[in-house]
Design a protein around this ligand. Structure first.
Ligand SMILES: [Zn+2]
Length: 140
């Protein structure tokens, strides 16, 4: 019996290469974080930039986005109140120099270095399980 159905190992079928437009937006975002990049979407219809990963533009309802890369610089926009034990939560809202605000984690640093307005920059790549970028204060 001939085995013509067995594919030759010398000529594997070409794997489809997903284009950014086909990929799961959340996966594109997390992939960026894992590579030390903070990516955001820009609507191809109206140009709105969004730090929230989405499949539908909140302004025009468009469904086509391009990806842009943040320079990774910004300022702490807001910090949560310290908890009952006085410990600061290592989270913040960071306003990027591009004007977008993102929920972020803060690298473990002394609390006195963290205040609203403090300059921060994107820190090391983020583990895939974590969906938020990590920022670290920089001298200003
Ligand atoms: Zn739009």
């Amino acid at each position: 019996m001939l085995s013509t159905a067995v594919p030759s190992p010398l000529s594997p079928p070409p794997a489809p290469r997903p284009t950014p437009g086909d990929a799961d937006p959340a996966e594109v975002y997390r992939d960026g974080l894992a590579h030390g990049e903070l990516r955001f979407q820009r609507c191809r219809w109206c140009g709105l930039r969004s730090a929230q990963v989405s499949v539908i533009c909140g302004a025009c309802g468009g469904s086509e986005f391009s990806w842009e890369r943040s320079g990774g610089q910004g300022r702490i926009y807001a910090l949560p109140r310290p908890n009952a034990t006085g410990e600061a939560a290592h989270t913040a809202v960071v306003e990027l120099d591009e004007g977008l605000r993102v929920r972020a984690l803060l690298a473990p640093v002394a609390a006195y270095r963290l205040w609203a307005g403090a300059r921060v920059e994107l820190d090391a790549p983020t583990a895939r399980a974590e969906h938020r970028p990590i920022f670290r204060p920089v001298a200003s």
